[in-house]
Structure formats: C-alpha cells, structure tokens
Design a protein around this ligand. Structure first.
Ligand SMILES: NC(=O)c1ccc[n+]([C@@H]2O[C@H](COP(=O)([O-])OP(=O)(O)OC[C@H]3O[C@@H](n4cnc5c(N)ncnc54)[C@H](O)[C@@H]3O)[C@@H](O)[C@H]2O)c1
Length: 323
C-alpha cells in the first residue's frame, strides 16, 4: 500500500483537510506549498516543504527524498473573477506549473496523480444535475486551465501516467474538531461570507435575485471538505488497484439556494445575516448541481455529511475556535 503521498497545496483549505485525513488513515502526507495563499500552521500532519510546483529540481528532490509513490495535486490559482482579469496568472501557475510537476514526476518514476478539477470545466449547464457526459465548455480561464490539464494528463498516459481528475462542486465546512477551516484572503465562498456577515464584519451581497429558481437566488451543490478529502484517498486506492484514469464529479447531488444557505447560517449561529441584493455576475449559472453516481460507483465513495446545517455547524465551529 502506498504510504508516502505528496500533497501540493497542502497548506490551503482542501489540501490541509486532506492531509489530516491521510494522516488519520495511516499515510504520511508530505506537503509542498509556496504559501502564496496557504497557512504554514495548517501543514502539520507530516513533512512540510516550502516551494513551488514549478520548481522542477525541488519537486524531483522532494519526490525522491520522501520516497513518494503518488501525488494529490491541489496547488493552483482558483478565483474565477481573477482568471478573467488576469488570465496569464492561470496559464502560468495552473497550466505551466502542473505540466512542470507532471514532467518532474515522470522523470523520477512517480506515475499516479489525483488532480483537483472543478465543475467550472462544464461551463453553462445544458441540463441538471450534471454528469460527466455533459459537454465541457468552460466559460472562464480558470475552468479552461483545469480542463486543459485533464487533457494533458490523458495524453501523458503514453508515458504510463495514471490519473483521476475530481471535479469538485462547492467545497464547504471545516474539520469538525475545529483544528482546520476555510481562511481565504480575500474570501469569496458563501458560507464563510455569511458567517462574517452574521458576526457584523460585513454585509453579504447576493449576486442575482431574479433567477428562474424557486426563491430567485442561485443554487449550488455544497460538499463537506472531509467528504472531498476522503474521495481523494479512495481515488488513490482505485488507481493503485488498477482502476482506469478519468474524471469524476464530487458533489452531494443536491442543491441549495443562496437564501437557503443564509437561513441555515442563521439557524446554526442564532444570529442574523444582513444582506443586500446585487446584480447577477457574468458567467454565474442559475443552478450547478452534481450527479455524483460515477464517484459513488467507481470509487465506492459516499458523502458522510449530508445535511446543510451539519456542514454549516462545522464551519461555525472553526470560526468560534479562532475567536
Ligand atoms: N474550494 C472549492 O470550492 C474548489 C472547487 C473546485 C475546485 N477547487 C480546486 O481545489 C484546489 C484547492 O482549492 P482550495 O480552496 O483549497 O484553495 P486554496 O487557495 O486554499 O489552496 C491552494 C494552495 O495551493 C498553494 N499554491 C498555489 N500555487 C502554488 C504553487 N505554484 N506551488 C505551490 N503551492 C501553490 C497555495 O499557497 C494554497 O495553499 C484548487 O486546485 C482549486 O482549483 C476548489
């Protein structure tokens, strides 16, 4: 069984939670993170190497020194809006960085990778919930960068690469023990924004209140970060067991509107979330919900955190721990 796993971006939100779950499952997560967005305190479940995925010599040295057999690759720039205003950053950090990482892996004989992909590879939904057969027509450079990398990994099968791209919908929640959580600067994700609003630190803006949804606000599929983390561990086992490369959706298969999330945060915190309606954002579809059947069948993975309030409780728990 593979024991030493390189976790790129393991000081970030999903990466740090995955490193914790790997550690709890008996693996040694070796975190490589340049700390542009992550937190060194969150990289505490195994060796930490500070540096970039684009530093080929560092990557090769790390893979060899720690006897790594597989990589879980989170490190990326992942803001949709920024990718529109600064696409070059997404080509450099996501595309060039990941190609450099893949080349370094192959040079030292590491041939398995689990890759953070995204629902943004699909673009505007033609139907809902989305399965993997849905056409991939990304509508922003972030989604394009991730889809292109899925294609690169497919081409690199020629060199013996085996890969699994996990297309996440909306990662949410936090380590229920309160040790880790979501701390992005600037924050763009709905649940932490709602909590900050409930605590009087901001007012929430609702982008679009006139969608063709039951309450007019956009619907998204929220999946708990530990459920995401566990899917990566299942994907490692699947690849190690000879499973074929490809892409899988990761979501709950159930959507919640912005207003439903606000009400959940109010129920859990006992506080009021002040909000203002704002115009729709370009490229925001009314509804993005996953069909997770493929992940359930091929990875034998099932979400454990199935209620919105349960997810919000863990996020709130982390905020309370931080004080
Ligand atoms: N959060 C979500 O809802 C979501 C949804 C879909 C996909 N994703 C993908 O999941 C991954 C993790 O997302 P997150 O929310 O944890 O983001 P995050 O910003 O919290 O974590 C990313 C980490 O990667 C590091 N990093 C960035 N570029 C690097 C580089 N060149 N070399 C080394 N480290 C680098 C950052 O310092 C950070 O710690 C990303 O690839 C993202 O595109 C996230």
């Amino acid at each position: 069984m593979t024991k030493q796993i390189l976790v790129t971006g393991g000081a970030g939100y999903i990466g740090s939670h995955t490193a914790k779950r790997l550690h709890q499952a008996g693996f040694t997560p070796v975190v490589l993170d340049d700390l542009t967005l992550g937190h060194e305190w969150a990289a505490k479940f195994g060796p930490f190497v500070r540096g970039s995925i684009a530093d080929s010599e560092l990557v090769k040295r790390t893979l060899e020194q720690h006897d790594i057999q597989a990589v879980i690759h989170f490190a990326a720039s992942s803001s949709v809006g920024e990718s529109v205003s600064n696409p070059r950053k997404y080509v450099h950090n996501n595309v060039f960085g990941t190609v450099s990482l893949l080349d370094a892996m192959l040079e030292v004989g590491v041939k398995r990778i689990v890759f953070s992909s995204t629902a943004a590879t699909y673009g505007n939904p033609a139907y809902s919930p989305l399965d993997e057969a849905h056409p991939t027509n990304p509508i922003n450079p972030y989604g394009e960068s991730k889809l292109y990398l899925e294609r690169v990994m497919h081409s690199y099968e020629t060199y013996g690469l085996r890969w699994m791209a996990l297309r996440y919908f909306n990662a949410a929640g936090a380590d229920p023990a309160g040790e880790l959580g979501e701390l992005h600067t600037p924050e763009s994700h709905l649940i932490p924004l709602c909590i900050e609003a409930a605590l009087g630190k901001r007012r929430l803006q609702i982008f679009g209140t006139d969608y063709a949804t039951p309450d007019g606000t956009a619907i998204r599929d929220y999946i708990h970060v530990f459920d995401l983390a566990d899917a990566h561990i299942k994907a490692l086992a699947y690849l190690e067991g000879g499973g074929s490369s490809g892409a899988c959706n990761l979501g709950m298969g159930k959507g919640f509107s912005v207003l439903e999330v606000i009400r959940a945060v109010e129920r859990v915190t006992g506080l009021t979330v002040p909000f203002d309606p704002a115009p729709r954002r370009a490229g925001d579809p009314p509804e993005l919900v996953a069909n997770p059947s493929k992940a359930q069948a091929t990875l034998e993975w099932h979400a454990q955190f199935t209620g919105l309030d349960q997810i919000v409780e863990t996020a709130w728990g982390f905020f309370k721990t931080r004080g």
